[in-house]
Design a protein. Structure first.
Lengths: 110, 111
Protein backbone atom coordinates (compact mmCIF):
# COMPACT_ATOMS: atom_id res chain seq x y z
CA UNK A 1 0.00 0.00 0.00
CA UNK A 2 1.00 3.60 -0.51
CA UNK A 3 2.31 5.77 2.30
CA UNK A 4 3.49 9.35 2.43
CA UNK A 5 5.98 10.72 4.91
CA UNK A 6 6.78 14.27 5.91
CA UNK A 7 9.41 15.59 8.24
CA UNK A 8 9.93 17.26 10.50
CA UNK A 9 6.53 17.18 12.19
CA UNK A 10 7.08 20.56 13.84
CA UNK A 11 9.64 23.27 13.35
CA UNK A 12 10.38 26.62 15.00
CA UNK A 13 12.68 28.84 12.99
CA UNK A 14 13.89 32.43 13.32
CA UNK A 15 13.09 35.01 10.66
CA UNK A 16 15.75 35.02 7.95
CA UNK A 17 16.81 31.42 8.46
CA UNK A 18 16.67 28.80 5.65
CA UNK A 19 14.05 26.07 5.38
CA UNK A 20 13.97 22.56 3.99
CA UNK A 21 10.91 20.33 4.32
CA UNK A 22 10.95 16.87 2.86
CA UNK A 23 8.18 14.64 1.58
CA UNK A 24 8.56 11.07 0.34
CA UNK A 25 6.04 8.65 -1.07
CA UNK A 26 6.23 4.86 -0.97
CA UNK A 27 4.34 2.23 -2.88
CA UNK A 28 3.60 4.11 -6.09
CA UNK A 29 5.48 5.20 -9.20
CA UNK A 30 5.44 8.52 -11.02
CA UNK A 31 2.90 10.19 -8.75
CA UNK A 32 1.86 13.81 -9.06
CA UNK A 33 3.12 15.63 -5.99
CA UNK A 34 1.81 18.76 -4.32
CA UNK A 35 2.77 21.24 -1.59
CA UNK A 36 0.02 23.10 0.24
CA UNK A 37 0.08 25.66 3.02
CA UNK A 38 -2.74 26.07 5.50
CA UNK A 39 -2.86 29.07 7.82
CA UNK A 40 -4.50 28.52 11.21
CA UNK A 41 -8.24 27.99 10.80
CA UNK A 42 -8.06 28.59 7.07
CA UNK A 43 -8.32 26.67 3.81
CA UNK A 44 -5.68 24.98 1.70
CA UNK A 45 -3.47 27.05 -0.58
CA UNK A 46 -1.67 25.14 -3.34
CA UNK A 47 1.95 26.27 -3.51
CA UNK A 48 3.61 23.90 -6.00
CA UNK A 49 2.84 20.79 -7.94
CA UNK A 50 4.98 18.38 -9.92
CA UNK A 51 4.06 15.84 -12.58
CA UNK A 52 7.58 14.36 -12.81
CA UNK A 53 11.23 14.57 -11.80
CA UNK A 54 12.54 18.10 -12.19
CA UNK A 55 9.13 19.43 -13.27
CA UNK A 56 7.80 22.05 -10.88
CA UNK A 57 4.86 24.41 -11.35
CA UNK A 58 4.45 27.33 -8.99
CA UNK A 59 0.94 28.46 -8.17
CA UNK A 60 1.62 31.67 -6.27
CA UNK A 61 4.59 34.03 -6.17
CA UNK A 62 6.29 33.73 -2.83
CA UNK A 63 9.37 33.29 -0.77
CA UNK A 64 9.46 29.51 -1.29
CA UNK A 65 10.76 27.10 -3.90
CA UNK A 66 10.28 23.39 -4.56
CA UNK A 67 12.36 20.64 -6.09
CA UNK A 68 11.80 17.03 -7.08
CA UNK A 69 15.19 15.34 -7.26
CA UNK A 70 13.72 11.82 -7.33
CA UNK A 71 10.45 10.32 -8.50
CA UNK A 72 9.03 9.98 -5.00
CA UNK A 73 10.74 12.87 -3.24
CA UNK A 74 9.47 16.43 -3.04
CA UNK A 75 11.30 19.18 -1.17
CA UNK A 76 10.06 22.61 -0.12
CA UNK A 77 12.74 25.22 0.55
CA UNK A 78 13.36 28.81 1.43
CA UNK A 79 16.58 30.78 1.62
CA UNK A 80 15.22 33.30 4.13
CA UNK A 81 12.03 32.72 6.08
CA UNK A 82 9.48 35.47 6.70
CA UNK A 83 7.00 35.70 9.58
CA UNK A 84 4.22 35.15 7.04
CA UNK A 85 5.68 31.74 6.15
CA UNK A 86 4.30 30.31 9.39
CA UNK A 87 1.64 27.67 8.84
CA UNK A 88 0.83 24.03 8.36
CA UNK A 89 2.59 22.60 5.30
CA UNK A 90 1.02 19.59 3.69
CA UNK A 91 2.43 17.36 0.99
CA UNK A 92 0.08 15.25 -1.11
CA UNK A 93 0.31 12.72 -3.92
CA UNK A 94 -2.07 11.55 -6.61
CA UNK A 95 -2.07 9.14 -9.50
CA UNK A 96 -5.51 9.93 -10.80
CA UNK A 97 -7.65 12.71 -9.38
CA UNK A 98 -7.84 11.82 -5.70
CA UNK A 99 -5.15 13.29 -3.47
CA UNK A 100 -3.65 11.64 -0.41
CA UNK A 101 -2.12 13.91 2.17
CA UNK A 102 0.85 13.45 4.43
CA UNK A 103 0.75 14.22 8.16
CA UNK A 104 2.06 17.75 7.62
CA UNK A 105 4.74 19.99 9.13
CA UNK A 106 3.79 22.79 11.50
CA UNK A 107 6.17 25.69 10.96
CA UNK A 108 6.39 28.64 13.31
CA UNK A 109 8.61 31.52 12.26
CA UNK A 110 9.57 33.85 15.10
CA UNK B 1 -10.12 31.69 -12.32
CA UNK B 2 -12.26 28.79 -11.33
CA UNK B 3 -13.62 29.11 -7.80
CA UNK B 4 -15.52 26.75 -5.60
CA UNK B 5 -17.55 28.50 -2.90
CA UNK B 6 -18.45 26.61 0.24
CA UNK B 7 -20.96 27.54 2.94
CA UNK B 8 -21.36 27.89 5.82
CA UNK B 9 -17.89 28.63 7.16
CA UNK B 10 -18.78 27.37 10.64
CA UNK B 11 -21.59 25.28 12.08
CA UNK B 12 -22.28 24.41 15.70
CA UNK B 13 -24.82 21.67 16.32
CA UNK B 14 -26.07 19.64 19.23
CA UNK B 15 -25.15 15.98 19.08
CA UNK B 16 -27.92 14.14 17.25
CA UNK B 17 -28.83 17.07 15.02
CA UNK B 18 -28.29 16.97 11.28
CA UNK B 19 -25.65 18.98 9.41
CA UNK B 20 -25.26 20.07 5.80
CA UNK B 21 -22.48 21.88 3.95
CA UNK B 22 -22.89 23.23 0.43
CA UNK B 23 -20.45 23.73 -2.40
CA UNK B 24 -21.22 25.97 -5.40
CA UNK B 25 -19.52 26.92 -8.63
CA UNK B 26 -20.42 29.40 -11.36
CA UNK B 27 -19.16 26.95 -13.99
CA UNK B 28 -19.74 23.26 -14.60
CA UNK B 29 -17.61 21.02 -12.42
CA UNK B 30 -15.91 18.02 -13.99
CA UNK B 31 -16.10 16.20 -10.68
CA UNK B 32 -16.38 17.00 -6.98
CA UNK B 33 -14.41 15.47 -4.14
CA UNK B 34 -15.00 15.72 -0.41
CA UNK B 35 -12.32 15.66 2.26
CA UNK B 36 -12.45 15.71 6.06
CA UNK B 37 -9.78 17.25 8.26
CA UNK B 38 -9.92 16.46 11.96
CA UNK B 39 -8.58 19.12 14.35
CA UNK B 40 -4.79 18.99 14.22
CA UNK B 41 -4.84 16.44 11.41
CA UNK B 42 -4.50 16.34 7.66
CA UNK B 43 -7.27 16.17 5.02
CA UNK B 44 -8.55 12.69 4.31
CA UNK B 45 -10.38 11.77 1.12
CA UNK B 46 -14.01 10.81 1.64
CA UNK B 47 -15.59 10.43 -1.78
CA UNK B 48 -15.68 11.55 -5.40
CA UNK B 49 -18.80 12.33 -7.44
CA UNK B 50 -18.65 12.47 -11.22
CA UNK B 51 -22.12 12.03 -12.69
CA UNK B 52 -24.90 14.59 -12.88
CA UNK B 53 -27.41 14.03 -10.08
CA UNK B 54 -25.23 11.42 -8.42
CA UNK B 55 -25.96 10.49 -4.81
CA UNK B 56 -23.65 8.40 -2.68
CA UNK B 57 -23.95 7.33 0.94
CA UNK B 58 -21.40 6.37 3.55
CA UNK B 59 -23.22 5.34 6.73
CA UNK B 60 -24.67 8.62 8.08
CA UNK B 61 -23.08 10.75 5.32
CA UNK B 62 -24.95 11.53 2.10
CA UNK B 63 -23.18 13.20 -0.81
CA UNK B 64 -25.02 14.77 -3.73
CA UNK B 65 -23.91 16.23 -7.06
CA UNK B 66 -26.34 18.65 -8.67
CA UNK B 67 -28.10 17.95 -11.94
CA UNK B 68 -26.25 20.83 -13.60
CA UNK B 69 -22.95 19.77 -11.99
CA UNK B 70 -22.52 23.23 -10.47
CA UNK B 71 -23.19 22.37 -6.86
CA UNK B 72 -22.75 19.62 -4.34
CA UNK B 73 -23.71 18.93 -0.75
CA UNK B 74 -22.66 16.77 2.15
CA UNK B 75 -25.33 15.89 4.68
CA UNK B 76 -24.64 14.20 8.00
CA UNK B 77 -27.60 12.62 9.78
CA UNK B 78 -27.63 12.54 13.58
CA UNK B 79 -24.21 14.04 14.17
CA UNK B 80 -21.82 12.50 16.65
CA UNK B 81 -18.80 14.03 18.38
CA UNK B 82 -16.58 12.01 16.04
CA UNK B 83 -17.92 14.10 13.14
CA UNK B 84 -16.08 17.18 14.44
CA UNK B 85 -13.68 18.66 11.90
CA UNK B 86 -13.49 20.71 8.73
CA UNK B 87 -15.13 19.42 5.58
CA UNK B 88 -13.73 20.54 2.25
CA UNK B 89 -15.14 20.14 -1.22
CA UNK B 90 -12.77 20.28 -4.18
CA UNK B 91 -12.88 20.04 -7.95
CA UNK B 92 -10.25 17.78 -9.45
CA UNK B 93 -8.41 18.29 -12.73
CA UNK B 94 -7.98 15.12 -14.77
CA UNK B 95 -4.94 16.61 -16.54
CA UNK B 96 -2.76 17.63 -13.61
CA UNK B 97 -4.55 16.10 -10.64
CA UNK B 98 -4.74 19.59 -9.16
CA UNK B 99 -7.57 20.27 -6.76
CA UNK B 100 -9.43 23.54 -6.38
CA UNK B 101 -10.61 23.55 -2.78
CA UNK B 102 -13.56 25.30 -1.25
CA UNK B 103 -12.90 27.29 1.90
CA UNK B 104 -14.19 24.50 4.11
CA UNK B 105 -16.94 24.20 6.70
CA UNK B 106 -15.86 23.65 10.29
CA UNK B 107 -18.30 21.54 12.27
CA UNK B 108 -18.48 21.63 16.05
CA UNK B 109 -20.70 19.12 17.84
CA UNK B 110 -21.82 19.71 21.42
CA UNK B 111 -22.26 16.49 23.40
Amino acid sequence: SQTIHQWPATLVQPVGSPLSLECTVEGTSNPNLYWYRQAAGRGLQLLFYSVGIGQISSEVPQNLSASRPQDRQFILSSKKLLLSDSGFYLCAWSVFETQYFGPGTRLLVL
Amino acid sequence: GQQVMQIPQYQHVQEGEDFTTYCNSSTTLSNIQWYKQRPGGHPVFLIQLVKSGEVKKQKRLTFQFGEAKKNSSLHITATQTTDVGTYFCAEGSSNTGKLIFGQGTTLQVKP
